[in-house]
Design a protein around this ligand. Structure first.
Ligand code: SF4
Length: 260
């Protein structure tokens, strides 16, 4: 009886609340990790890779907020902002670092990416329309996904959504076409601006290269189906372990071993 009640409480909390885009990815990569970290909140620390991405993105957002106010930051100011976030002076993120050496290596990687970014902005800065524009996309009356569009800028291609990637993995055709976050952002843009977005740019900070992707109604249908199935899985309480190479860096690995 008690287990049933506890289970219903968990489901009610998840189903009646909004989930974030990062919850969506967490669930897709491992339902048990999603339950332990996002529902039970047994670990609040971020993996170092996620922390690096978050710290770089916060620095870039800061750059764009200033740019929107007519201020072009210097590279030194950008580096200082990043260091304050990375070394915890801003209390923005609780990052699970893998030792000081790794922390320094990642910092150097970040500075390399920020240098690359700054070189492209220094002489021809973007025309900013919006930074970190919040959205909430409903999927039925009791389930919605919230997120934000990192940047919307004015370009010769029209209004453009921009996303920045910091990872090593190739953003190949499969990811370009199926990235759920991009699909959600396109849906949100359409709902906010009452028109389809003119262009979507994915910018790789490591290489400095940009890719352009599209989203059509059929992409929205794929996402809708995927999220509807995910909702059903949560309703059934199917939080199963999904072992993969990602387990090596899972923050709840010890708890997972006890799962029966
Ligand atoms: S260790 Fe692996 S299977 Fe277990 S919760 Fe973490 S990611 Fe999932």
């Amino acid at each position: 009886m008690y287990d049933w009640y506890a289970y219903r409480c968990i489901i009610k909390r998840v189903i009646n609340l909004e989930i974030t885009v990062s919850d969506l990815y967490a669930f897709k990569s491992c339902p048990l990790q999603f339950k332990l970290t996002k529902i039970d909140k047994l670990n609040k620390k971020m993996r170092e890779e996620d922390g690096l991405h978050a710290a770089i993105m916060s620095t870039i957002s800061y750059f764009y907020y200033k740019l929107q106010d007519g201020i072009l930051l210097s590279m030194d100011e950008i580096k200082e902002k990043f260091a304050n976030i990375w070394y915890g002076k801003t209390n923005l993120y609780d990052i699970m670092h893998n030792g000081n050496r790794d922390k320094r290596e990642k910092e150097l990687q970040a500075i390399g990416m920020l240098h690359q970014f700054y070189r492209q902005q220094k002489h021809k800065p973007d025309k900013v329309i919006a930074v970190n524009l919040d959205f909430r996309v409903p999927f039925g009356p009791d389930f919605s996904v919230k997120g934000h569009i990192p940047l919307i800028r004015e370009t010769p291609r029209g209004m453009e959504i921009v996303n920045f990637k910091t990872g090593n993995h190739k953003y190949n055709e499969f990811w370009q076409r199926t990235d759920m976050d991009i699909t959600l952002q396109a849906m949100a843009f359409e709902s906010i601006f009452k028109k389809q977005v003119d262009s979507i740019c994915i910018h790789h900070l490591r290489s400095g290269q940009s890719f352009f992707v599209e989203r059509k109604k059929k992409d929205y249908q794929r996402l809708y189906k995927s999220i509807t199935m995910m909702k059903k899985t949560i309703e059934q309480g199917w939080f199963y372990p999904r072992e993969s190479y990602l387990c090596d860096k899972c923050p709840v690995q010890q708890l997972c071993m006890e799962w029966r």
